[in-house]
Write a protein that binds this ligand. Structure first.
Ligand SMILES: C[S@@+](CC[C@H](N)C(=O)[O-])C[C@H]1O[C@@H](n2cnc3c(N)ncnc32)[C@H](O)[C@@H]1O
Length: 205
């Protein structure tokens, strides 16, 4: 696989597992859209969650739901993931809030994303912006797409991470090809030429 430069932000206290150019373009779109009900599937250390919280406008109410599964406790990422869930993320929401702006976070850890749809709908009604970066297996990503899409606002946006990576467990590319073939308005964000890793696919509903 070709090396993709990693997105960095000195303000962010945890690693962000995203390509520089593609995530910058996603954040530019996000800032333009100004979504108020944001769902992230797959947060891990919280790097992307931090950026979505940080890039909210200066006033208003911004509500976030993070749906994440713990990695295996033997996995070297486990401690840092738990640190985020237990101690960091709710502080971020408080720190990004002020007299004019409120950032709220509901942190769902322990249930696969597709099982949480009804809870999300109960909390939000509809979703403005959905970032799907959980399980990258075809069947799981397809469930996320099929379960959450009906609950998006009519002008909502769904972004998928890892549309270029092809491995035994990275099969989002397959779903991405199907979505494009269905005729949805889509954009692909990449960081380098002929990229074969990471990559972000955006669907405009
Ligand atoms: C690639 S990481 C997310 C990286 C993060 N978005 C970032 O860029 O910093 C994927 C995360 O999704 C979680 N995950 C895997 N399958 C899931 C599922 N079905 N529902 C929710 N989370 C899932 C993993 O445990 C992991 O924490």
């Amino acid at each position: 696989m070709k090396l993709v430069p990693v997105f960095e932000d000195p303000d962010c206290p945890v690693p962000i597992i995203q390509g520089a150019g593609e995530f910058e373009r996603l954040l530019k779109l996000y800032k333009h859209l100004k979504p108020t009900r944001i769902v992230e599937i797959g947060s891990l250390f919280g790097g992307t969650l931090f950026e979505f919280m940080k890039n909210t406008p200066s006033q208003g109410l911004y509500q976030f739901i993070s749906i994440d599964l713990p990695v295996n406790p033997d996995d070297s990422r486990y401690e840092q993931q738990m640190m985020g869930h237990r101690y960091l993320w709710s502080d971020w929401a408080d720190n990004f809030s002020n007299k004019k702006k409120k950032v709220e976070l509901v942190d769902v850890l322990s249930r696969p994303s597709a099982w949480c749809v009804q809870d999300v709908v109960q909390l939000f009604g509809t979703i403005d912006f959905l970032f799907i970066d959980g399980s990258h297996r075809y069947q799981d990503a397809k469930l996320d797409w099929e379960f959450y899409r009906p609950y998006m606002t009519p002008t909502g946006v769904i972004a998928f991470h890892d549309i270029y990576r092809h491995t035994a467990i990275d099969q989002v590319w397959q779903l991405w090809e199907e979505i494009k073939a269905e005729g949805y308005v889509t954009r692909e964000f990449s960081t380098i030429e002929d990229q074969d890793d990471w990559g972000i696919g955006v669907v405009f509903l």
